[in-house]
Design a protein around this ligand. Structure first.
Ligand code: 5GP
Length: 255
């Protein structure tokens, strides 16, 4: 692993050059961070579980016609993805008030939303990922209005589909964050695809019956049983690694 060329290291993932041109290997770490990196920790086995969970969800989304960067899972902690030009926007879709929406507008966490809300944040750690409008995005050339129409459509379809999928396993999809990238073919034609990952690191998932939090908020808010929450999401999706939770403790983070 260390001999491969590292292209990028983020808080929870590392990207390496892939085996063929136009591909990357996405390695999932156990490292966790919150509050713009002010809180850091390790969630043992998270990388293994998020690799599986994201694979599962990206494949289901591809089946309903949402293009993604995912190619195939390579091993416990790695997946092959298409190299894309990441659009520097985080798209957050919300179905229930929580997190920054509750904090910033003073609305009680858990308040259901009549209509899903889509928000855009400028991906910039130094600035703390500020909330931006469509006008900012187009004015600064991060994406065109046409791109944004497509991003909005794909985000809402993803929300509809994933809300149903999670409901089926007793989880409420409260909100989630998506990232999109530009994928170019041989003729230099571009299409937008879903990139990054979809996992309890970037989704809020509450148990339907108890409202228990089953996602990274357990780490952010020191609620305990963080590993168990990720395992439970994987278990309900039917994708716990062979051998059960014990199997997720394999290799530590890359150097
Ligand atoms: P909030 O704006 O309430 O903090 O986050 C809304 C949703 O987007 C949550 O599900 C949260 O996990 C996800 N999210 C927002 N920003 C980030 C980010 O920078 N990294 C990750 N992993 N998730 C994010």
């Amino acid at each position: 692993m260390s001999r491969r060329k590292q292209v990028y290291e983020g808080k929870a993932k590392v990207l390496f050059e892939g085996p063929e041109p136009g591909t990357l290997v996405q390695y999932f770490k156990d490292d966790a961070s919150a509050f713009n990196n002010r809180k850091r920790g390790v969630i043992t086995g998270k990388g293994v579980l998020n690799n599986r969970i994201s694979e599962f969800l990206m494949l289901r989304l591809a089946e309903i016609g949402i293009p993604t960067h995912f190619v195939r899972r390579l091993n416990m902690r790695e997946q092959l993805v298409r190299q894309v030009e990441i659009i520097p926007i985080e798209v957050v879709v919300r179905n229930v008030v929580a997190g920054s929406l509750a904090r910033n507008l003073g609305i009680a966490e858990g308040t259901p939303l009549q209509r899903s809300i889509v928000e855009y944040y400028y991906k910039n750690d130094a600035l703390g990922d500020p909330l931006v409008s469509e006008e900012h995005i187009t004015a600064f050339g991060w994406a065109t209005t046409h791109d944004l129409d497509e991003i909005m459509q794909m985000s809402l379809r993803t929300n509809d589909f994933l809300s149903g999928l999670f409901l089926g396993i007793g989880l409420k999809l409260v909100d989630f964050k998506l990232e999109f990238g530009r994928l170019y073919n041989h003729n230099d034609e571009m299409r937008l695809v879903l990139a990054d990952e979809i996992s309890p690191d970037n989704c809020r998932l509450w148990d339907i019956k108890t409202n228990e939090k089953m996602d990274k908020d357990r780490f952010r808010q020191d609620l305990g049983r963080v590993e168990e929450a990720y395992q439970e999401v994987a278990r309900r999706l039917g994708i716990l690694p062979e051998g059960g939770p014990g199997d997720v403790k394999a290799p530590s983070t890359v150097q």
